[in-house]
Design a protein around this ligand. Sequence first.
Ligand SMILES: Cc1cc2nc3c(=O)[nH]c(=O)nc-3n(C[C@H](O)[C@H](O)[C@H](O)COP(=O)(O)O)c2cc1C
Length: 226
Amino acid sequence: MAEMGVFEVMYTARALRRFKPDPVPDDVITNVLDAAIRAPTGSNEQGWQFIVIKDAAQRKKIGDVYRKGGQILMALYANRTKPEHMPQKQFDKLMASAMYLIDHMGDAPVLLLACLQQAAPSGPPPQLPPEAAAALKNLGRMSGSSIYPAVQNVILACRAFGLGTCLTTIHMFYEDEVKQALGLPPEVQTYALLPIGYPSDKFGPIRRRPLSEVVHLDRWNNHWKG
Ligand SMILES: Cc1cc2nc3c(=O)[nH]c(=O)nc-3n(C[C@H](O)[C@H](O)[C@H](O)COP(=O)(O)O)c2cc1C
């Protein structure tokens, strides 16, 4: 496969949810995961663990959990209006594609579950000054920051190898069932479930809100004009 430039990869690695049944060679998955673990982690802890799920019975189990998660998602979305920035056609396509995946997650040739293993505490919890303790209120928001960069590398590496994938999270509504099916120990938390396969749909281009709406120079609302 010809080498692709990094920008071409980033601009075309859209979420793909329909896959051909063709198997994905193990060495390609190895290369994807080897790229994944080039990502940064907090304190370089590298607490990541990845489960490659190829066995049809295991994929079905995880697919069944994902379908249940999808039902919760659809209930949550029942009264949700279309985001303003998305044209109706694009929104309808997204919903149809997401619905398809809810019913077909287990059919993808490979499922990849990205996890983090909590490091065992190396001693008693430190005594923190009150202001530091208050700052810990943001700790929950940090939880995914040592795994999602690796997940993005998976998305980009898949694109470079001509594989489709899509970051999903709704298995977490029933995470205990996923953990049980895969035998994950209690200290391993799951963060993303990615179906991987040769796509039936086309890659990119990726459309996004313009930078002028989402970038601010020096202070809020001083919109970037560059
Ligand atoms: C945090 C996160 C959670 C997501 N969860 C799901 C999901 O549960 N199911 C799904 O089909 N897509 C999921 N997606 C994929 C998004 O719908 C997709 O990235 C977005 O629509 C942009 O798609 P595009 O890159 O093709 O434009 C998720 C993406 C992110 C970043």
